[in-house]
Design a binder for this molecule. Sequence first.
Ligand code: NAP
Length: 358
Amino acid sequence: MYHLTLKTEQIMMAARFNSTISKNVTIAKKFVLDKHFNGLPKRTDIKLVEETLPQIQNGEFLTEAVYLSVDPYIRAYQPLTKLGRVMMCLQIAKVIESNSEKFPIGTYVVGDYGWRTHTISCEKSFGEKVMGWKLPPFGTLPLSVGLGMLGLTGNTAYFGLLDICQPKANETVVVSGAAGAVGSHVGQIAKIKGCKVIGIAGSDDKGKWLTNELGFDHFINYKEPNILEKLKQFAPNKVDCYFDNVGGELSSNVMRCMNKFGRISVCGAITAYNSNPADLPKATLVQGMMAIQQLKMEGFIVTTFFPRWMEGIEQNLKWLQEGKLKYRETITDGFENTFQAFVDMLQGKNFGKALVKV
Ligand SMILES: NC(=O)c1ccc[n+]([C@@H]2O[C@H](COP(=O)([O-])OP(=O)(O)OC[C@H]3O[C@@H](n4cnc5c(N)ncnc54)[C@H](OP(=O)(O)O)[C@@H]3O)[C@@H](O)[C@H]2O)c1
Protein backbone atom coordinates (compact mmCIF):
# COMPACT_ATOMS: atom_id res chain seq x y z
CA MET A 1 0.00 0.00 0.00
CA TYR A 2 2.78 2.35 1.00
CA HIS A 3 4.64 1.50 -2.19
CA LEU A 4 1.56 2.20 -4.34
CA THR A 5 0.96 5.61 -2.70
CA LEU A 6 4.52 6.65 -3.26
CA LYS A 7 4.27 5.61 -6.91
CA THR A 8 1.08 7.65 -7.38
CA GLU A 9 2.77 10.72 -5.88
CA GLN A 10 5.71 10.28 -8.17
CA ILE A 11 3.41 10.09 -11.19
CA MET A 12 1.54 13.24 -10.10
CA MET A 13 4.80 15.10 -9.58
CA ALA A 14 6.05 13.96 -12.96
CA ALA A 15 2.81 15.07 -14.63
CA ARG A 16 2.97 18.50 -12.96
CA PHE A 17 6.56 19.07 -14.08
CA ASN A 18 6.29 17.01 -17.24
CA SER A 19 7.80 19.59 -19.58
CA THR A 20 10.96 20.04 -17.51
CA ILE A 21 11.49 16.48 -16.37
CA SER A 22 10.91 14.38 -19.43
CA LYS A 23 11.89 16.57 -22.33
CA ASN A 24 15.44 17.10 -23.49
CA VAL A 25 16.89 20.55 -23.73
CA THR A 26 17.09 21.64 -27.37
CA ILE A 27 20.12 23.53 -28.57
CA ALA A 28 19.52 25.33 -31.87
CA LYS A 29 22.40 26.18 -34.17
CA LYS A 30 22.04 29.41 -36.11
CA PHE A 31 24.05 31.62 -38.43
CA VAL A 32 23.90 35.30 -37.46
CA LEU A 33 25.12 38.38 -39.30
CA ASP A 34 28.40 39.54 -37.76
CA LYS A 35 29.54 42.17 -40.32
CA HIS A 36 27.61 43.84 -43.09
CA PHE A 37 28.63 42.50 -46.49
CA ASN A 38 30.97 44.42 -48.72
CA GLY A 39 30.62 43.03 -52.25
CA LEU A 40 30.39 39.25 -52.45
CA PRO A 41 29.67 37.97 -48.89
CA LYS A 42 32.58 36.43 -46.99
CA ARG A 43 32.31 33.53 -44.54
CA THR A 44 33.77 35.80 -41.84
CA ASP A 45 30.74 38.11 -42.22
CA ILE A 46 28.55 35.57 -40.44
CA LYS A 47 28.95 33.57 -37.23
CA LEU A 48 27.65 30.16 -36.19
CA VAL A 49 26.21 30.35 -32.67
CA GLU A 50 24.19 28.06 -30.41
CA GLU A 51 21.00 28.97 -28.57
CA THR A 52 19.38 26.94 -25.80
CA LEU A 53 15.67 26.92 -26.46
CA PRO A 54 13.13 27.14 -23.63
CA GLN A 55 10.46 24.48 -23.15
CA ILE A 56 7.45 25.01 -25.40
CA GLN A 57 4.35 26.54 -23.84
CA ASN A 58 0.65 26.02 -24.61
CA GLY A 59 -0.08 26.72 -28.27
CA GLU A 60 3.60 26.43 -29.21
CA PHE A 61 5.45 23.85 -31.27
CA LEU A 62 9.11 23.05 -31.86
CA THR A 63 10.36 22.44 -35.38
CA GLU A 64 13.51 20.94 -36.84
CA ALA A 65 14.75 22.27 -40.19
CA VAL A 66 14.73 19.82 -43.11
CA TYR A 67 15.52 22.12 -46.09
CA LEU A 68 16.68 25.73 -46.20
CA SER A 69 15.90 27.95 -49.17
CA VAL A 70 18.90 29.79 -50.63
CA ASP A 71 17.65 33.03 -52.18
CA PRO A 72 19.06 36.22 -53.71
CA TYR A 73 16.78 38.30 -51.46
CA ILE A 74 18.96 37.29 -48.49
CA ARG A 75 21.73 39.35 -50.13
CA ALA A 76 19.35 42.13 -51.24
CA TYR A 77 17.84 42.67 -47.77
CA GLN A 78 21.13 42.28 -45.89
CA PRO A 79 21.83 46.05 -45.56
CA LEU A 80 18.54 46.26 -43.62
CA THR A 81 19.48 43.34 -41.34
CA LYS A 82 20.75 44.30 -37.87
CA LEU A 83 24.06 42.78 -36.76
CA GLY A 84 23.48 39.75 -34.54
CA ARG A 85 20.22 38.82 -36.28
CA VAL A 86 19.78 35.34 -37.71
CA MET A 87 20.31 35.19 -41.50
CA MET A 88 16.89 35.25 -43.16
CA CYS A 89 15.34 32.50 -45.29
CA LEU A 90 12.33 30.24 -45.58
CA GLN A 91 12.75 26.65 -44.50
CA ILE A 92 10.78 23.43 -44.60
CA ALA A 93 10.68 22.15 -41.05
CA LYS A 94 9.13 19.21 -39.23
CA VAL A 95 7.22 19.61 -35.96
CA ILE A 96 9.09 17.44 -33.46
CA GLU A 97 7.43 18.57 -30.21
CA SER A 98 4.02 20.17 -29.86
CA ASN A 99 1.60 21.76 -27.43
CA SER A 100 -0.68 22.76 -30.29
CA GLU A 101 -3.57 20.75 -31.69
CA LYS A 102 -3.26 22.60 -34.98
CA PHE A 103 0.40 21.62 -35.44
CA PRO A 104 0.80 18.03 -34.20
CA ILE A 105 4.14 16.21 -34.22
CA GLY A 106 5.05 15.17 -37.76
CA THR A 107 3.45 18.20 -39.46
CA TYR A 108 5.63 19.81 -42.13
CA VAL A 109 5.58 23.60 -42.32
CA VAL A 110 7.24 26.30 -44.40
CA GLY A 111 8.42 28.96 -41.97
CA ASP A 112 10.30 32.23 -42.23
CA TYR A 113 12.80 30.97 -39.62
CA GLY A 114 16.15 31.77 -41.22
CA TRP A 115 19.43 29.86 -41.13
CA ARG A 116 18.75 27.88 -37.94
CA THR A 117 18.23 24.23 -37.09
CA HIS A 118 15.44 24.44 -34.49
CA THR A 119 12.70 26.99 -33.90
CA ILE A 120 9.80 27.45 -31.51
CA SER A 121 6.65 28.79 -33.18
CA CYS A 122 3.36 29.88 -31.78
CA GLU A 123 0.21 28.74 -33.60
CA LYS A 124 -1.37 32.20 -33.17
CA SER A 125 1.38 34.14 -34.91
CA PHE A 126 2.24 31.49 -37.51
CA GLY A 127 1.04 32.66 -40.92
CA GLU A 128 0.44 36.15 -39.54
CA LYS A 129 3.43 37.68 -37.72
CA VAL A 130 5.66 34.84 -38.92
CA MET A 131 5.31 34.20 -42.62
CA GLY A 132 4.50 30.54 -43.04
CA TRP A 133 2.07 27.89 -44.11
CA LYS A 134 1.45 24.19 -43.61
CA LEU A 135 2.92 22.17 -46.44
CA PRO A 136 0.01 20.75 -48.45
CA PRO A 137 0.28 17.13 -49.70
CA PHE A 138 2.25 16.90 -52.97
CA GLY A 139 1.54 13.26 -53.84
CA THR A 140 4.74 11.60 -55.04
CA LEU A 141 6.72 14.84 -55.37
CA PRO A 142 9.56 15.39 -52.89
CA LEU A 143 9.18 17.74 -49.91
CA SER A 144 11.86 20.07 -51.26
CA VAL A 145 9.51 21.25 -54.04
CA GLY A 146 7.67 23.13 -51.28
CA LEU A 147 10.48 25.71 -51.36
CA GLY A 148 10.73 25.79 -55.15
CA MET A 149 7.97 25.34 -57.70
CA LEU A 150 5.37 24.76 -54.99
CA GLY A 151 6.57 27.51 -52.69
CA LEU A 152 7.57 31.14 -52.71
CA THR A 153 9.63 30.99 -55.89
CA GLY A 154 6.86 29.14 -57.74
CA ASN A 155 4.33 31.72 -56.66
CA THR A 156 6.71 34.50 -57.68
CA ALA A 157 6.77 33.05 -61.19
CA TYR A 158 3.01 32.42 -61.27
CA PHE A 159 1.74 35.78 -59.99
CA GLY A 160 4.63 37.87 -61.32
CA LEU A 161 4.14 36.66 -64.87
CA LEU A 162 0.40 36.08 -65.09
CA ASP A 163 -0.91 39.02 -63.05
CA ILE A 164 1.59 41.63 -64.13
CA CYS A 165 2.60 40.71 -67.71
CA GLN A 166 -0.70 39.02 -68.65
CA PRO A 167 0.90 37.15 -71.58
CA LYS A 168 -1.29 36.11 -74.51
CA ALA A 169 -0.85 33.26 -76.99
CA ASN A 170 1.66 33.99 -79.78
CA GLU A 171 3.25 36.89 -77.88
CA THR A 172 7.01 36.98 -77.29
CA VAL A 173 8.20 36.76 -73.69
CA VAL A 174 11.78 37.40 -72.56
CA VAL A 175 12.95 36.25 -69.14
CA SER A 176 16.31 37.10 -67.55
CA GLY A 177 17.82 34.98 -64.79
CA ALA A 178 16.20 32.29 -66.93
CA ALA A 179 17.94 29.21 -65.55
CA GLY A 180 17.28 30.06 -61.91
CA ALA A 181 14.37 28.99 -59.74
CA VAL A 182 11.99 31.78 -60.70
CA GLY A 183 13.18 32.30 -64.29
CA SER A 184 13.04 28.64 -65.37
CA HIS A 185 9.50 28.47 -64.03
CA VAL A 186 8.38 31.75 -65.67
CA GLY A 187 9.54 30.58 -69.10
CA GLN A 188 7.62 27.31 -68.77
CA ILE A 189 4.40 29.07 -67.73
CA ALA A 190 4.81 31.36 -70.74
CA LYS A 191 5.11 28.25 -72.95
CA ILE A 192 1.95 26.81 -71.34
CA LYS A 193 0.22 30.06 -72.33
CA GLY A 194 1.30 29.59 -75.95
CA CYS A 195 4.03 32.25 -76.09
CA LYS A 196 7.39 32.29 -77.78
CA VAL A 197 10.04 32.37 -75.02
CA ILE A 198 13.57 33.75 -75.04
CA GLY A 199 15.66 32.98 -71.95
CA ILE A 200 18.74 34.94 -70.90
CA ALA A 201 21.27 33.37 -68.50
CA GLY A 202 24.99 33.11 -67.83
CA SER A 203 26.23 29.87 -69.41
CA ASP A 204 25.71 27.78 -72.54
CA ASP A 205 25.09 24.69 -70.39
CA LYS A 206 22.17 26.52 -68.83
CA GLY A 207 21.01 27.47 -72.33
CA LYS A 208 21.02 23.80 -73.42
CA TRP A 209 18.87 22.88 -70.41
CA LEU A 210 16.39 25.66 -71.19
CA THR A 211 16.01 24.92 -74.90
CA ASN A 212 16.49 21.12 -74.98
CA GLU A 213 14.62 20.16 -71.83
CA LEU A 214 12.30 23.01 -70.79
CA GLY A 215 11.07 23.99 -74.25
CA PHE A 216 12.36 27.58 -74.38
CA ASP A 217 12.52 28.73 -78.01
CA HIS A 218 15.81 30.66 -77.81
CA PHE A 219 18.64 31.32 -75.43
CA ILE A 220 21.04 34.25 -75.03
CA ASN A 221 24.19 34.08 -72.92
CA TYR A 222 24.43 37.55 -71.34
CA LYS A 223 28.17 37.12 -70.81
CA GLU A 224 28.73 37.12 -74.57
CA PRO A 225 28.65 40.20 -76.86
CA ASN A 226 25.91 41.40 -79.24
CA ILE A 227 22.94 40.86 -76.93
CA LEU A 228 20.88 43.50 -78.74
CA GLU A 229 21.49 41.92 -82.15
CA LYS A 230 20.53 38.49 -80.81
CA LEU A 231 17.34 39.87 -79.28
CA LYS A 232 16.38 41.46 -82.60
CA GLN A 233 17.13 38.19 -84.42
CA PHE A 234 15.12 35.99 -82.02
CA ALA A 235 12.24 38.45 -81.63
CA PRO A 236 11.58 39.78 -85.17
CA ASN A 237 8.08 40.79 -84.05
CA LYS A 238 9.52 42.48 -80.95
CA VAL A 239 9.06 41.64 -77.27
CA ASP A 240 5.62 41.84 -75.66
CA CYS A 241 6.49 40.80 -72.09
CA TYR A 242 9.74 41.04 -70.15
CA PHE A 243 10.11 39.27 -66.82
CA ASP A 244 13.08 41.03 -65.27
CA ASN A 245 15.10 39.23 -62.59
CA VAL A 246 18.34 41.10 -63.06
CA GLY A 247 18.04 44.81 -64.03
CA GLY A 248 21.02 46.79 -65.32
CA GLU A 249 22.12 47.31 -68.94
CA LEU A 250 20.81 43.90 -69.98
CA SER A 251 17.29 45.03 -69.11
CA SER A 252 17.71 48.33 -70.92
CA ASN A 253 18.66 46.31 -74.00
CA VAL A 254 15.53 44.18 -73.72
CA MET A 255 13.41 47.30 -73.30
CA ARG A 256 14.84 48.71 -76.52
CA CYS A 257 13.24 45.75 -78.32
CA MET A 258 9.74 46.03 -76.92
CA ASN A 259 6.47 46.22 -78.76
CA LYS A 260 3.92 48.95 -78.29
CA PHE A 261 2.01 48.39 -75.03
CA GLY A 262 4.63 45.91 -73.81
CA ARG A 263 4.55 44.84 -70.15
CA ILE A 264 7.55 44.53 -67.84
CA SER A 265 7.36 42.65 -64.56
CA VAL A 266 10.19 43.79 -62.29
CA CYS A 267 10.89 40.84 -60.02
CA GLY A 268 14.46 41.56 -58.94
CA ALA A 269 17.74 43.28 -59.74
CA ILE A 270 20.45 40.72 -59.00
CA THR A 271 22.94 42.66 -61.15
CA ALA A 272 23.18 45.11 -58.28
CA TYR A 273 22.86 42.90 -55.18
CA ASN A 274 26.60 42.63 -54.54
CA SER A 275 27.21 46.33 -55.20
CA ASN A 276 27.60 48.87 -52.46
CA PRO A 277 24.84 51.53 -52.38
CA ALA A 278 27.33 54.21 -53.43
CA ASP A 279 28.50 52.17 -56.39
CA LEU A 280 25.34 50.82 -58.06
CA PRO A 281 25.59 49.76 -61.74
CA LYS A 282 24.47 52.37 -64.26
CA ALA A 283 22.22 51.54 -67.20
CA THR A 284 20.94 53.32 -70.31
CA LEU A 285 17.95 55.58 -69.67
CA VAL A 286 14.63 53.78 -70.32
CA GLN A 287 12.05 56.57 -70.05
CA GLY A 288 12.28 57.51 -73.74
CA MET A 289 11.48 54.02 -74.98
CA MET A 290 8.82 53.63 -72.31
CA ALA A 291 7.01 56.74 -73.49
CA ILE A 292 7.35 56.03 -77.23
CA GLN A 293 6.25 52.40 -76.95
CA GLN A 294 3.74 53.13 -74.16
CA LEU A 295 5.22 50.41 -71.96
CA LYS A 296 3.95 49.41 -68.56
CA MET A 297 6.56 48.50 -65.94
CA GLU A 298 5.50 47.21 -62.55
CA GLY A 299 7.49 45.96 -59.60
CA PHE A 300 6.06 43.48 -57.12
CA ILE A 301 6.79 41.60 -53.93
CA VAL A 302 5.24 38.15 -53.99
CA THR A 303 3.94 38.33 -50.42
CA THR A 304 1.37 40.85 -51.70
CA PHE A 305 -0.30 37.79 -53.17
CA PHE A 306 -0.47 36.01 -49.79
CA PRO A 307 -4.31 36.10 -49.79
CA ARG A 308 -4.19 34.04 -53.03
CA TRP A 309 -1.19 31.88 -51.97
CA MET A 310 -2.80 28.45 -52.39
CA GLU A 311 -4.14 29.36 -55.85
CA GLY A 312 -0.54 29.55 -57.12
CA ILE A 313 0.55 26.37 -55.33
CA GLU A 314 -2.48 24.39 -56.55
CA GLN A 315 -2.10 25.50 -60.18
CA ASN A 316 1.64 24.81 -60.21
CA LEU A 317 1.02 21.39 -58.63
CA LYS A 318 -1.51 20.58 -61.34
CA TRP A 319 0.90 21.61 -64.10
CA LEU A 320 3.69 19.56 -62.48
CA GLN A 321 1.46 16.50 -62.24
CA GLU A 322 0.40 16.94 -65.87
CA GLY A 323 4.07 17.03 -66.90
CA LYS A 324 3.76 20.62 -68.16
CA LEU A 325 6.37 21.93 -65.71
CA LYS A 326 9.80 20.47 -65.08
CA TYR A 327 12.15 21.44 -62.31
CA ARG A 328 15.73 21.08 -61.27
CA GLU A 329 17.23 21.57 -57.81
CA THR A 330 20.78 22.28 -56.74
CA ILE A 331 20.94 20.78 -53.25
CA THR A 332 23.89 21.31 -50.90
CA ASP A 333 24.18 18.83 -48.04
CA GLY A 334 24.65 19.95 -44.45
CA PHE A 335 23.57 22.98 -42.41
CA GLU A 336 27.21 24.00 -41.94
CA ASN A 337 27.54 24.41 -45.73
CA THR A 338 24.68 26.93 -46.01
CA PHE A 339 27.00 29.88 -46.55
CA GLN A 340 28.80 28.13 -49.43
CA ALA A 341 25.44 27.28 -51.05
CA PHE A 342 24.46 30.95 -50.78
CA VAL A 343 27.65 32.28 -52.38
CA ASP A 344 27.51 29.58 -55.09
CA MET A 345 23.97 30.70 -55.96
CA LEU A 346 25.02 34.35 -56.13
CA GLN A 347 27.78 33.30 -58.55
CA GLY A 348 25.40 31.39 -60.80
CA LYS A 349 26.45 27.83 -59.88
CA ASN A 350 22.84 26.71 -59.42
CA PHE A 351 20.49 25.27 -62.02
CA GLY A 352 16.91 25.85 -60.88
CA LYS A 353 16.21 26.08 -57.15
CA ALA A 354 19.16 26.34 -54.72
CA LEU A 355 18.54 24.52 -51.42
CA VAL A 356 20.36 23.16 -48.39
CA LYS A 357 19.45 19.73 -46.99
CA VAL A 358 20.02 20.20 -43.27
N1 NAP B 1 9.79 40.14 -56.16
C1 NAP B 1 9.73 39.08 -55.38
O1 NAP B 1 8.83 38.92 -54.54
C2 NAP B 1 10.78 38.02 -55.54
C3 NAP B 1 10.63 36.75 -54.96
C4 NAP B 1 11.62 35.78 -55.20
C5 NAP B 1 12.73 36.10 -55.99
N2 NAP B 1 12.84 37.36 -56.49
C6 NAP B 1 13.95 37.75 -57.36
O2 NAP B 1 13.96 36.88 -58.47
C7 NAP B 1 15.29 36.77 -58.98
C8 NAP B 1 15.63 35.30 -59.13
O3 NAP B 1 15.60 34.69 -57.84
P1 NAP B 1 15.77 33.12 -57.69
O4 NAP B 1 15.42 32.78 -56.29
O5 NAP B 1 15.09 32.43 -58.78
O6 NAP B 1 17.35 32.94 -57.83
P2 NAP B 1 18.10 32.13 -58.97
O7 NAP B 1 17.76 32.79 -60.27
O8 NAP B 1 17.81 30.69 -58.80
O9 NAP B 1 19.63 32.35 -58.61
C9 NAP B 1 20.26 33.54 -58.89
C10 NAP B 1 20.84 33.56 -60.32
O10 NAP B 1 21.11 34.89 -60.67
C11 NAP B 1 22.07 34.89 -61.71
N3 NAP B 1 22.98 36.03 -61.52
C12 NAP B 1 23.86 36.24 -60.53
N4 NAP B 1 24.50 37.41 -60.71
C13 NAP B 1 24.00 37.93 -61.86
C14 NAP B 1 24.26 39.13 -62.59
N5 NAP B 1 25.15 40.03 -62.17
N6 NAP B 1 23.56 39.34 -63.73
C15 NAP B 1 22.66 38.45 -64.18
N7 NAP B 1 22.37 37.29 -63.53
C16 NAP B 1 23.04 37.06 -62.38
C17 NAP B 1 22.82 33.56 -61.62
O11 NAP B 1 22.61 32.83 -62.83
P3 NAP B 1 23.48 33.09 -64.17
O12 NAP B 1 24.35 31.88 -64.32
O13 NAP B 1 22.45 33.19 -65.22
O14 NAP B 1 24.28 34.34 -63.96
C18 NAP B 1 22.17 32.85 -60.45
O15 NAP B 1 22.01 31.47 -60.68
C19 NAP B 1 16.17 37.55 -58.00
O16 NAP B 1 16.38 38.85 -58.50
C20 NAP B 1 15.33 37.62 -56.75
O17 NAP B 1 15.67 38.71 -55.93
C21 NAP B 1 11.88 38.30 -56.28
